[in-house]
Design a protein around this ligand. Structure first.
Ligand code: DSN
Length: 421
């Protein structure tokens, strides 16, 4: 077999060099971006294969192209593993990513102008849950619930009252900045009362659910959407899981409704990730993510750092810097200079603009993949607090000093799939 890296270096040294630099950067930094992870070498290998050469519009046994002798069993394996891991009737593994997966849900259950109820983006929801700038907010009537100002968590009285008033056809639960356990049973009761389809967007917590570290929406939500690359630790892709009654509508919405040929290299890598996620090691990993997040939240709390809802039940912490001298963007950039990657993020009831908000979103999925534990979380909590303080004072010297400490820790925890030290 050709050595792919040497072929790339020979053909396009510029791109090869940039990829090598990115690999080194990923090794050298502490990845706290809550939606990112490090895939295994096996997942990485499946992603970069000849499967990328193949068109396969349709579904196994019903394709519009010949030559599917090996593609069909790959997709069938991915589907069987998804069904078994999550305990669902049906799985579609073709959506290109989370937004197309959610769009397929709209196509399956709604017509333009119909009403959808989802969590507001600034409250922790996702763009595709009906945000005004998204197609889902432009083409559908979107109504949003939020979190309570005093607790930072959803208020089911508010959700029920919005559902009764607006009678949505679809209710989304889940989001991108939700630090607490999602109560699927309470959402299901409200959805049943108004005859809505309950869709659980588990993109962030799919790996925690697979590993038994977060309750499952199965049995409560008849449709579940997820990306495959966050806590689930697969390639960039997505899946829709659903009850048998919705299988045909979901499949039709994905293809031919929204997409053409599935990305077979991604499908194969999803299958590999699902096999990994069914192991005892992965269960331990999922629980370690949560233990790390709790330890990090405890350290931050002990240093007086405010967090939305006061802490974390999952992989994610939403830091609220409203009471510090430093807004989220300046803090995130200072942390990045110290080798700690996160993203600035709005907090509920933010008084600042989304491109310059008051929060920082962090998560422990990637650092846990490197084998870091609660001791490292305490250290990371200290670094975050110190960098934010230094950023507020313009103390670049301290930020540089912490950067050197960060590098000494990352070098002791090799990242999966990364070959540089
Ligand atoms: N990629 C998602 C996240 O970072 O949570 C948003 O689409």
């Amino acid at each position: 077999m050709t050595d792919v890296r040497s072929a790339l270096t020979a053909t396009d040294p510029e791109i090869a060099g940039l990829i090598a630099s990115e690999e080194q950067r990923q090794a050298d930094t502490i990845r706290l971006i809550a939606s990112e992870n490090y895939v295994s070498a096996a997942v990485l290998e499946a992603t970069g294969t000849v499967l990328t050469n193949k068109y396969s519009e349709g579904y196994a046994g019903k394709r519009y192209y010949e030559g599917q002798q090996f593609i069909d069993p790959i997709e069938e394996l991915a589907i069987a593993r998804a069904k078994s891991l999550f305990g669902v009737d049906h799985a579609n593994v073709q959506p290109y990513s989370g937004s197309p997966a959610n769009l397929a849900v709209y196509l399956a259950f709604l017509s333009p102008g119909d009403t959808v109820l989802g969590m507001g983006l600034a409250m922790g929801g996702h763009l595709t849950h009906g945000h005004a700038v998204s197609a889902t907010g432009k083409w559908f009537k979107a109504v949003h619930y939020g979190v309570r100002r005093d607790t930072g968590v959803v208020d089911f009285d508010e959700i029920r009252s919005l559902a009764l008033e607006h009678r949505p056809k679809v209710i989304f639960c889940g989001g991108t900045a939700v630090p607490r356990t999602i109560d699927y049973a309470s959402f299901a009761t409200i959805a049943a009362e108004v005859g809505a389809v309950l869709v659980a967007d588990i993109a962030h917590i799919a790996g925690l659910i697979a590993g038994g570290a977060h309750p499952s929406p199965v049995g409560h939500a008849s449709v579940i959407t997820t990306t495959t690359h966050k806590t689930l630790r697969g390639p960039r892709g997505a899946m829709i899981l659903c009850d048998a009654e919705h299988a045909a509508a979901i499949d039709k919405a994905v293809f031919p409704g929204l997409q053409g040929g599935p990305h077979n290299h991604t499908t194969a890598a999803i299958a590999v990730a699902l096999r990994e996620a069914a192991t005892d090691d992965f269960k331990a990993y999922a629980h370690a993510i949560v233990a790390n997040s709790r330890a990090l939240a405890t350290e931050l709390g002990s240093r007086g750092v405010d967090m939305v809802s006061g802490g974390s039940d999952n992989h994610l912490i939403l830091i609220d810097l409203t009471n510090r001298d430093v807004p989220g963007k300046i803090a995130a950039k200072a942390l990045d200079r110290a080798g700690i990657e996160c993203n600035y993020n709005a907090v509920p009831f933010d008084t600042r603009k989304p491109f310059d908000p008051s929060g920082l979103r962090i998560g422990t999925a990637a650092v846990t993949s490197r084998g870091m534990g609660v001791d490292e979380m305490r250290q990371i909590g200290r670094w975050i607090d110190e960098v934010v303080t230094a950023a507020g004072k313009g103390d670049e010297e301290s930020i540089t000093k912490i950067g050197a400490e960060v590098r000494s820790v990352t070098s002791a925890f090799p990242a999966p799939g990364i070959t540089v030290a």
